[in-house]
Design a binder for this molecule. Structure first.
Ligand code: HEC
Ligand code: HEC
Length: 371
């Protein structure tokens, strides 16, 4: 938890400053009573670190936009709080009481006029096959080929200002449980002013097209992303492997394996360099930093917190005559953030580390046959 806070706050600070002026308007709308309410307190405690004070957005998408609040029911917010968005950063809150959840919903409603919109209960009937084709043409570029959502989180620094809000995942079990057909339809008909999500009626689609799209989005329900279940699996924090080679030879083999993968070594230093007195570093503990530029920019675009474990680093140590390779397991971060894109990236880095460990410690045939 401490790690999360330390990682989150530096990333959020410039954003908060940026949003301060926009904040004033909404702050004026939220009455004094609401600011001091139980809902406000709970929101500040559980939600504002991601969704921003007054719902203006941050790591999480904005919650205060009138068009958003007019396109969803209170139940939508309640179910979202309870189930979260598995694999999409938004955590579930199973421990809040029903009253607490209701208080948060009431507070979020107070960002605008406070009234809950009504939606007809009937499901939308359409042709999901036709919807699939329309989806590929009109929606996939923002919401992903199979509804997995845009890359990154909430409001992003790396996107242009007019496209500053992340497109949410539509294939997410949390979203599909929360949204009714008519709410999805409403969003497609009306769009959400102040976000990149436009009205597709205004963009020339017919109501029938929109019904087909809704039934296609509903069909995602039967295709839960496979890796959602993997998120909470505990992983080893440190990867370690013993090397059969001498310290120097192991270092050389690690360097060669990194180069053979097309990755660049940025620098090498003794463990503790810059911390202990120069010249007294342990010469038998060396850290090799390496990365590939595409990997670096992909990782940072996914989440700026990726900077915590990029560039990659492998430590080679010799202790009591035993030579070992060690690295922090990049998968542990992904599990911490409930973000399946990060999870996939962590797995890719993990495989890279394992493969380097493997190659660097592989014994020659001859050595194996005769030992
Ligand atoms: C760790 C960050 C984080 C926290 C804490 C968090 N959220 Fe979220 N929330 C997100 C992200 C990211 C999304 C967008 C999910 C996506 O991209 O699919 C989201 C989505 C949502 C949505 C759906 C928005 C939409 O456009 O449909 C609601 C509603 C919501 N959060 C409410 C809350 C509430 C209420 C709390 C506190 C009880 C909370 N969140 C806490 C990150 C967070
Ligand atoms: C230019 C990018 C873009 C395109 C194209 C786009 N969307 Fe969106 N969509 C967004 C963004 C951003 C949001 C979040 C708006 C917000 O913050 O309330 C969104 C929200 C939604 C929502 C509400 C989801 C939620 O969690 O609140 C649905 C449903 C949706 N879009 C469906 C579609 C469909 C279907 C299409 C194609 C017909 C489409 N979108 C095209 C960017 C896009």
């Amino acid at each position: 938890m401490r790690f999360l806070k330390r990682a989150l706050f530096p990333a959020l600070m410039p954003l908060l400053v940026l949003l301060l002026s926009a904040c004033t308007e909404i702050r004026e709308r939220v009455s004094d009573r609401d600011v001091g309410s139980e809902g406000a307190r709970l929101y500040a405690l559980h939600c504002s670190a991601c969704h921003g004070d007054f719902g203006l957005g941050g790591v999480g998408v904005p919650l205060a936009l009138p068009d958003f609040l007019d396109s969803i029911s209170n139940r939508y917010i309640e179910v979202t709080i309870r189930t979260g968005r598995p694999g999409r950063v938004m955590p579930p809150f199973p421990r809040l009481s029903d009253e607490e959840v209701r208080a948060i919903v009431e507070y979020i409603r107070s960002f605008t006029h406070g009234r809950e919109p009504e939606f007809p209960p009937e499901p939308v009937v359409g042709d999901p096959k036709r919807g699939e084709r329309l989806y590929a043409g009109f929606c996939a570029k923002c919401h992903g080929a199979s509804g997995e959502g845009g890359k990154g989180t909430g409001l992003s620094f790396s996107r242009p200002r007019d496209l500053s809000i992340l497109a949410p995942a539509l294939n997410n079990p949390g979203y599909l449980a929360a949204a009714s057909d008519q709410m999805i339809k409403h969003t497609l008909m009306e769009g959400r002013r102040g976000t990149p999500m436009r009205s597709f009626l205004a963009k020339g689609l017919s109501e029938r097209d929109i019904d087909d799209l809704v039934s296609y989005i509903r069909s995602f329900q039967h295709r839960t992303p496979a890796d959602v279940a993997m998120l909470q699996r505990p992983v080893k924090a440190v990867l370690a492997r013993r090397s059969p080679y001498s310290y120097e030879r192991t270092l050389e083999r690690v360097r060669r394996s990194i180069a053979a993968k097309g990755l660049g070594i940025l620098r090498e230093e003794f463990l503790g360099e810059g911390i202990v007195e120069p010249g007294t570093e342990n010469a038998r503990q060396r850290v090799i930093y390496f990365v590939d530029l595409v990997m670096l920019s992909d990782g940072l675009a996914l989440d700026p917190r990726m900077g915590l474990f990029l560039p990659c680093r492998i430590t080679v140590v010799e202790q009591d005559g035993v030579v070992k390779l060690m690295a922090a397991n990049p998968q542990q971060y992904a599990a911490l953030f409930n973000n399946s894109a990060l999870n996939e990236f962590g797995r890719m880095l993990f495989r890279t580390y394992l493969s380097i460990f493997e190659e660097a410690t592989l014994r020659h045939e001859k050595a194996r046959c005769c030992s």
